[in-house]
Design a protein around this ligand. Structure first.
Ligand code: SF4
Length: 213
């Protein structure tokens, strides 16, 4: 599929290579990371996960006392809420016997709706779990995506679902492409497309409208 988005994707991929996201050992660890990373830096999530001492598992989270769980995830901030969110997301996973293949055999729309009705799981978190833990083809929209859309510009519309639909409608329907593209947008936003953009050297500088201003 041609078009602006594919060209941006290919440019970022050629510049940075395959990003190999998400940094986690298991799909469940991706889920935990997606819940814990809300409103905090990734480094704090790593500290919280390290507190489990290699014993992070859905069974351990479900059987742990709420106060103990809260202590373990304290580095991630908002730990009282996040402990509850983690329990809720894990209970949801339990409906499928904590089995990734069982979840994957269900329709994406059903699993997405279930995650969205889970306490503490908003759209970005749900889509991160669907894409990065279970390999469903669903595009993750975040603040960096919106920043790129505003600056480049990409006329993706306004609001989470509109932007997601635009990306999905203009890219090959592929979990691998969505996975890489979201990661590349984040990486480029951290390198160049920061709050104050460093356009010189940005791989998108030649085609980005903002750079030509
Ligand atoms: S050229 Fe500048 S505004 Fe455009 S994507 Fe790169 S850093 Fe952002």
């Amino acid at each position: 599929m041609g078009g602006k988005l594919t060209s941006i994707y290919e440019t970022l991929l050629a510049h940075y290579g395959e990003p190999n996201w998400w940094p986690a050992e298991t799909p469940y660890e991706v889920m935990v990371g997606a819940v814990l990373t809300q409103n905090t830096a990734w480094g704090n999530v790593e500290k919280a996960i390290a507190n489990f001492g290699g014993k992070l598992s859905p069974e351990a989270v479900l059987s742990s006392d709420l106060a103990d769980l809260t202590e373990l995830i304290r580095p991630a901030g908002f730990f009282n809420q996040k402990a509850l969110y983690l329990k809720s997301a894990t209970e949801w996973f339990g409906k499928y016997g904590f089995d990734v293949q069982t979840v994957r055999s269900e329709p994406l729309s059903k699993i997405r709706a279930e995650l969205l009705s889970t306490k503490g799981v908003g759209r970005e978190t749900a889509d991160s779990i669907l894409l990065y833990a279970f390999g469903f083809p669903t595009f993750v929209v975040d603040a960096y995506t919106n920043r790129l859309c505003g600056r480049y510009p990409i006329e993706a519309g306004i609001g989470y679902e509109a932007v997601k639909a635009y990306f999905e409608g203009n890219l090959e329907r592929s979990a691998e492409v969505y996975n890489n593209f979201h990661a590349l947008i984040v990486i480029n936003a951290k390198e160049y497309c920061r709050k104050k953009p460093l356009c010189d050297g940005c791989p998108l500088a030649e085609t980005c409208g903002r750079h030509c201003l």
